[in-house]
Design a protein around this ligand. Structure first.
Ligand code: MEV
Length: 319
């Protein structure tokens, strides 16, 4: 069949628990956000590859370093499809900001890979797409755990440990408020920072990572018991531990404090940190609104609210 416009779609994700400690083999829980989509289109061309989207328009070969994983995604997918030298006009359309811990880089890589495979009518299994996404993500992160690649194409929350993914059979029995600090965080930098601590201050770093791992385990039990208050307490504890590892910053600490003061069950940074987003849990819609307002008042540039029941996602408030 002739090549045609290929389309690929993924979604944003939040890490509920386990960022950074997951890199050291501990468990993590992540949740896809089905209303925040990333769509990519790929059209084969005789000319050189181009990219339009995510703040860049021009030849892919000249795109700034932050697009290296997209370039890699296009090339690994084209090779997989048997067209290693194909030129591709790629465009992306994102409903959420990049560099905010919402999985933009894995979502973009995953969407581009799916679009290129679709353009060449090349079927691939979930596992094959996952390994292609990981190849692209390695350029962005160095040594990604794979959590983002899984969560940005999942249908439901996932439990992730040492590369093993299991669908989580429970969802948080709480409203989740996601607040963007408006500051870009670099996962590559924060992962490298924790690695440096691990190499130079092994005992304290291991203790913090171990406790973060334990917290994820305790949260799975609390989720099964529908004990949202216990989940919330663990969120605030996890934030303190992550801050102790040096991956928080003043804006994130301020948003967490504002959420807790406004009655959140707990709050923490999500994703790589030092920028990006904070998540807060609330036990009712009324509390969620109060927490959301408090975080906007404390400087959040945008918020999204995720209702406990599927299909009840509230709209985005951006400032
Ligand atoms: C980034 O979203 C999550 C980290 O744990 C890195 C990774 O899992 O590769 C910080």
């Amino acid at each position: 069949m002739e090549p045609h416009v290929g389309v690929g779609q993924t979604v944003a994700k939040i890490i509920l628990f386990g960022e950074h400690s997951v890199v050291y083999g501990h468990p993590a829980i992540a949740m896809p956000l089905p209303t925040l989509r990333m769509t990519a289109r790929a059209v084969p061309t005789d000319g050189p590859s181009t990219l339009t989207g995510l703040g860049w328009s021009g030849p892919l070969a000249q795109a700034p370093a932050r697009f290296a994983s997209i370039a890699r995604a296009a090339s690994v997918a084209a090779s997989f499809a048997g067209h290693p030298d194909a030129g591709l006009n790629i465009s992306t359309d994102a409903e959420f900001p990049p560099e905010r811990g919402l999985g933009s880089s894995a979502a973009a890589a995953g969407a581009v890979i799916r679009a290129v495979l679709d353009a060449f009518d090349t079927p691939a299994t979930r596992e094959e797409i996952f390994s292609l996404t990981q190849e692209a993500e390695t350029v962005a992160h160095g040594r990604p755990s794979g959590l983002d690649a899984v969560a940005t194409s999942a249908d439901a929350p996932v439990h992730f440990q040492a590369g093993v993914v299991t669908a989580l059979d429970v969802v948080p029995d709480a409203w989740i408020i996601i607040a963007d600090s408006g500051v870009e965080g670099s996962t590559r930098e924060t992962v490298a920072h924790v690695r440096h601590r691990y190499d130079t201050d092994r005992a304290a770093t291991t203790a913090a990572l171990d406790r973060l791992g334990e917290i994820t385990g305790e949260v799975v039990t609390a989720l099964r018991a529908r004990d949202a208050a216990a989940v919330g307490r663990r969120a605030t504890e996890a934030h303190r531990l992550l801050a102790g590892l040096g991956v928080s910053n003043e804006q994130l600490d301020t948003l967490v404090a504002a959420a807790v003061r406004a009655g959140a069950l707990g709050a923490k940074l999500t994703g790589g940190g030092r920028g990006g987003c904070v998540i807060a849990l609330a036990s009712s819609q009324k509390d969620a609104v109060r927490v959301e307002e408090a975080m906007l008042g404390a400087g959040a540039s945008a918020t999204w609210v995720h209702a406990p029941e599927p299909g009840q996602m509230a709209g985005e408030v951006a400032r």
